[in-house]
Design a protein around this ligand. Sequence first.
Ligand code: NAI
Length: 214
Amino acid sequence: MSERGISSAVIRRLPRYYRYLGELLENGEVRISSRELSIRMKVTASQIRQDLNNFGGFGQQGYGYNVRYLHDEIGKILGLDVQQTMIIIGAGNLGQALANYDFSKIGFNVIGIFDVNPRLEGLAVRGIEIQMIDTLEDFLRTNKVDVAALTVPKKNARAVATRLEDLGIKAIWNFAPIDLKVSDDVLVQNVHLAESLMNLSFNYRNRRKDKPSD
Ligand code: NAI
């Protein structure tokens, strides 16, 4: 349960609603019924109504949902209506790939990239120069950072996370395949692309088994 009393299962589904509604907006759609939305999202209309009722509904009988309003309200719930800042620790393959992606579409601006490798110092990724990690303290004294993405090797991840916590970072987007040891005060969101691929592998293998052999 979140602080607002909303189940974590509902919260997990919100980014998907947000993404679909964003696509509808891009296509110039003004309103949508829960039935139409359910067909597009492949979830039941009652699930959609139940989910959105957690936030006061947003829908009107006989009209459906106003796409822009619903999109913006879900964005507010997800905290995407305010500009947030992110730094990336570890400017290797993954760190640079993240830095190259435009997260400003969802309100996140990458304002700093840090590494220990002097060969990377000064190299610009999307206009942001990679800095040496020993400048992090100074950087954090003058810049407000909301989220730190952690893309360092597994063996260094815990030490870096502790340092981030000591420096006042409260949210870590962790890509290193290790459980970080930080206090409850620090939110950690782990990302595991390999786990997602394993799920795909399972489904793929089982579907193949279900198919009669020819
Ligand atoms: P990489 O070796 O290309 O980059 C790691 C970078 O971290 C290097 O530039 C290195 O100099 C830097 N680094 C090392 N210690 C540091 C420290 N204490 N402070 C700052 N920078 C430091 O590795 P790659 O491929 O970018 O992977 C990075 C991490 O992400 C690894 O832990 C890897 O296992 C993980 N990973 C996770 C994925 C996921 O789905 N969660 C997918 C791919 C990688």
